[in-house]
Design a protein around this ligand. Structure first.
Ligand code: ZN
Ligand code: ZN
Length: 375
């Protein structure tokens, strides 16, 4: 898996940092995680960089199957509609899935055919989706199929919006992008001032390879091989028993990459995990403004470390910095000090950086230097 981080500022652009937006590329396709203002410009820029500096890298829009929104604040959503329209101009045909969090209150209202309750926050995603629909973001007007899914993540309750009738129907679970077989997309409940979630990309566990050579050497019958292959121990005619496990190499463990969105530290959905390879976590504030973090349900760099430790992460990437943070070594130092036992490796994201996660769990943070990437 490879994550491209295209925006590392918090609520507004600051210096070389732009608002949120990332792309996760894996063997199944590409997922976009948030698309703040100017997303399509930064996406085009990253494609150009890849073309110039890597022989194989590609982020073709035709491979993008899903947009995972973490919440409705505009620094995470305002770039989506113009980019959907660009893909329409580019004559996209591939279907697109758009998923995001909402509240039970909104789910209930929409499935009952009622309007979005006034008590829902202005940045409610259902409100934004409905306004995008009225501005032309429907399958008919875009020329490619778009599915609009919202859910209460904690309750694991999901609906699909119908852009033409402005109503919604309940669906049994969060749909996965069409054709994805190797990677699962999992929402994790987070804590913010509006309904929010993190997104986990998890490779599916694979059984190890069956040892055909060993089976042939023992002159096992096809039926015996099938039994062993399906995990059942067998006993031979001479009374010797053969363990199915001795015919398989070790299973390939799932790999997990989590992108947090905006959240207070120790988000319930993240804390509930016990092994994570990479967590990209917001670190909007420093310790000297930790009261701001508490008040606005954001994290500090040290809070990001505490969260990473609580979910058994190996590598923490800090992002979503307040405009007050000019020197990235400051949040890095604070985050590192909080990891007293050195259980984590920690890095700071800049716009354009790439995070590589290999199939055996090795992680590389490639920094965009302005003229290529450096490890
Ligand atoms: Zn934000
Ligand atoms: Zn936010």
């Amino acid at each position: 898996m490879e994550l491209h981080i295209l925006g590392t500022a918090s609520a507004r652009p600051a210096g070389a940092r732009d608002v949120s937006g990332s792309l996760l590329s894996c063997e199944d396709g590409i997922a976009v995680i948030d698309a703040g203002e100017g997303f399509q410009i930064r996406y085009a820029q990253q494609r150009k960089r890849l073309k110039l500096h890597t022989p194989t890298g590609s982020l073709r829009a035709a491979r993008i199957d899903v947009v995972c929104l973490t919440h409705g604040h505009l620094d995470h959503t305002w770039g989506l509609l113009p980019w959907l329209q660009t893909m329409s101009l580019d004559r996209r045909t591939r279907p697109l899935l758009i998923v995001g969090p909402t509240s039970t209150e909104v789910l209930d209202a929409l499935t009952d055919g009622r309007a979005i309750p006034e008590s829902a926050p202005p940045a409610e995603l259902a409100r934004q989706m409905q306004s995008w629909h009225s501005l032309g973001a429907t399958s008919t007007q875009l020329g490619y199929e778009v599915r609009w899914i919202l859910g209460d993540v904690q309750a694991d309750s999901w609906i699909e919006l119908d852009p033409t009738s402005q109503t919604a129907a309940q669906i049994p679970s969060l749909p996965q992008p069409q054709g994805w077989r190797h990677v699962n997309i999992v929402p994790l409940a987070t804590t913010h001032t509006v309904p929010s979630c993190a997104w986990m990309f998890e490779t599916k566990e694979k059984a190890g390879k069956f040892n055909r050579l060993k089976a042939a050497e023992l002159r096992l019958t096809t039926a015996q091989q099938t039994e062993l292959g399906q995990g059942r121990d067998i006993t031979l005619a001479n009374g010797e028993s053969l363990a199915a496990s001795s015919f398989r190499s070790a299973a390939i463990e799932p790999r997990r990459l989590v992108v947090s969105g905006d959240t207070a530290e120790q988000a319930p959905g993240i804390k509930a995990l016990s092994a994570v390879d990479v967590i990209v976590h917001e670190a909007t504030f420093l310790d000297d403004t930790k009261d701001h973090a508490t008040e606005h349900l954001h994290s500090t760099a040290t809070g990001a470390t505490r969260t990473a430790l609580s979910c058994g992460a190996n590598h923490l990437v800090l992002t979503h910095f307040s405009a007050r943070i000019k020197d990235p070594t400051v949040p890095l130092d604070e985050a590192t000090k909080e990891d007293a036992n050195n259980s984590l490796t920690i890095s700071v994201a800049k716009d354009g950086d790439r995070i590589l996660l290999g199939s055996s769990g090795q992680t590389t943070h490639l920094s965009w230097t302005g003229d290529g990437w450096a490890a």
